[in-house]
Design a binder for this molecule. Structure first.
Ligand code: THG
Length: 373
């Protein structure tokens, strides 16, 4: 299936758009109403670049929602299921946002930018309305806005060398999700240790959208001796490493217990947050579904485009596949699936309904590949 995407003002262009087109971008998706590159013509080359050297990704579509003002910490605490009172400026946290029914509605990175200013670096759902709506309902003294901030990811084992060449060796001491504000020849940005891969990596949060090509070109030049090239969030690497893709692995009604993300939700802490009561109830009752890994029999599959149904051997509905890919490192088909709890145990035999017909499969533990594995 080959088709184009119709450009228009509803779909925003990232500050790195021109640079990615010049670098040979061939595929895009739309994320937070913005183009996000997904390919540069050779998936195998881009995968090996991420695993073996270093790649640069336009992830400006991971938009920032800024919460600023005297009540910023109160608002953030109402939204986030972990204690944010001890967070220091320059720290980040993985923040799972739940609605009042306990449904997972986004999984941003939360950055504490100043004592009275936070950013949610969001996944693909319209969080500005949610954050502003909660602030309005509670009558809080905060301003909710989308600042001019655009992340550029540098991912792969040589990423620390590239970023150290650009900024200095201090970047090697950054803890995961920590960040520091600086500039590159006058281009204002923040350097963070983060990124949506299981490889080493950093993100540069560009704070002037007119400087996208300038930043891209400087990163490419610095990366040349380290084997840098263009890339994108990689569906095979993320499936091997089990990074959650909100909207793909989730369902509109899925909660953190079903998704296996409950370690990030602190239900027994003192502060209240939206969804706490519902999630306590869900914990009590036990989840009805569970996110699991599947090995799917050969031959090699193309990455799935839809949520494929999964049946038990008798033909009864048992769950759905979120993503199925051919693992390059494991040389077999792997998938992430949301299974009814009765069909979620490791070793359970199942049948996946692919577009080309049924395929036998078996439940396995996540992740498929451990970090550094
Ligand atoms: N970078 C930035 N913003 C983002 C993402 C990003 N916003 C959307 C999306 N990605 C948010 N989702 C995730 C999911 C997982 C991780 C980061 C963002 C992640 N998890 C680590 C892991 O699973 O190994 C560690 C989490 C932890 O233990 O705290 O990195 O990529 N700017």
């Amino acid at each position: 299936m080959t088709f184009g995407i119709t450009p228009g003002p509803r779909i925003r262009k990232s500050p790195y758009f021109d640079a990615t087109v010049a670098a040979g971008m061939t595929d895009v998706t739309v994320y937070n109403h913005m183009y996000m590159p997904t390919g540069f013509g050779d998936f195998g080359v881009e995968y090996r670049r991420l695993i073996e050297t270093v790649a640069v990704w336009d992830v400006a579509a991971e938009r920032q929602i800024q919460v600023a003002g005297p009540d910023a910490v109160r608002l953030v605490q109402m939204l986030v299921p972990r204690d944010v009172s001890k967070m220091k400026v320059g720290q980040g946290r993985y923040a799972l946002l739940n609605d009042a029914n306990g449904r997972l509605i986004n999984d941003p990175v939360l950055l504490k930018v100043a004592d009275d200013r936070y950013w949610f670096s969001i996944a693909d759902s319209d969080m500005e309305y949610w954050v502003a709506g909660v602030a309005a309902a509670l009558g809080l003294d905060v301003e909710v806005s989308e600042p001019d901030v655009s992340p550029l990811a540098i991912q792969g084992p040589n990423a620390p060398d590239v970023v150290a060449d650009l900024f200095g060796d201090w970047i090697r001491d950054l803890k995961y999700f920590a960040f520091r504000q600086t500039d590159l020849d006058g281009i204002p940005l923040m350097v963070a240790r983060s990124g949506w891969s299981k490889q080493a990596g950093f993100e540069l949060y560009l704070m002037d959208g007119s400087r996208g090509s300038d930043l891209w070109d400087r990163v490419m030049s610095a990366g040349l001796p380290h084997g840098i090239g263009p890339g994108a969030p990689n569906v095979v690497e993320r499936t091997e490493g089990d990074l959650l893709s909100w909207g793909a692995d989730t369902r509109p009604d899925a909660n953190v217990f079903e998704l296996g993300m409950e370690a990030y939700v602190h239900l027994d802490m003192a502060p209240d947050f939206i969804g706490k009561a519902a999630l306590r109830r869900i914990r009590e009752e036990g989840p009805k579904r569970r996110r699991v890994g599947l090995f799917i029999d050969p031959p090699s599959l193309s990455p799935s485009e839809d949520n494929w149904p999964v049946h038990d051997p008798s033909g009864a509905a048992a769950g759905t596949v979120s993503i199925a890919v051919p693992s390059i490192r494991l040389e077999r088909n792997i998938a992430i699936a949301l299974m009814d709890i009765a069909h979620a145990a490791v070793g359970t035999r199942l049948v996946v309904q692919t577009p080309d017909g049924p395929r036998d499969a078996e439940v396995t533990a996540l992740p498929f590949i451990q970090p550094g594995g």
